[in-house]
Write a protein that binds this ligand. Sequence first.
Ligand code: CAA
Length: 257
Amino acid sequence: MAPKTLKTETNGRVAIITLNRPEALNALNSELLAELSEALKRYDADEKIGAIVLTGSEKAFAAGADIKEMQNKDYVGAYLEDFFAGWGDVAATRKPVIAAVAGYALGGGCELAMMCDFIIAADSAKFGQPEITLGVIPGMGGTQRLTRAVGKSKAMDLCLTGRMMEAEEAERCGLVARVVPAAELKATAVKAAEKIASFSLPATMMAKEAVNRADEVTLNEGLRFERRLFHSLFATEDQKEGMGAFVEKRKAQFRHR
Ligand code: CAA
């Protein structure tokens, strides 16, 4: 059945997922989570796909978790269903995912962008964690991923005041990798994804796994983990091809093996 809350398309080895609940500025409800998880799992399992772009509309990447869906929850219900735990599926995607953000990325929208591997922002993008204005706090990783991304002081500023941050400030503090004119956002993100997808799939997946490990372990453990993955890549055909092509002064043709 076609998804209702998002659109999916492929362009060569790149998959593009566009959040599509315009009536609610792409607010993240349980239906959207189920459809997004399904799409990401499908692309993760598809060897013909090498990278994924997640985007929204011109006005909103996503304006947060769906407030109307959650306003009547109670504590025991939220605890028993482990409300929001399902978003772990998005962060568990093994292939590189680029968030292409235009307009609002607020609350869960900012948290969803941070679950991706890096963020390319339109100059129109606005980031924020306004949960405090609703009497709650971020619940999809905002206090944790934002703090790791931008440091304690700015994370505190955003989580405690609920203010919005423009794209330029988001780039300056390290939340965003690049800022581009809004009209160039999708093309820039797809081009970056095409570049990633042209490289050896096992190598790009291991690069993602190794960088993510930096948030989890001590420096020594991280360095050891990186080195072990690096060693393992000498078992791939693509390492022979990549290094052979350099020596022979030709373009590498990776076979993702
Ligand atoms: N949930 C549900 N519906 C939302 C929504 C959300 N997060 N954000 C916007 N909408 C709906 C609005 O209710 C409105 O619907 P109606 O036309 O039926 O009234 C529609 O989208 C358009 O929104 P606005 O009329 O408000 O548009 P605007 O341009 O005037 O304002 C905005 C845009 C500043 C983003 C404003 O919509 C807003 O403040 N949204 C809420 C932002 C927010 O607080 N996000 C955090 C949610 S909590 C969370 O995410 C928890 C977590 O940690 C995961």
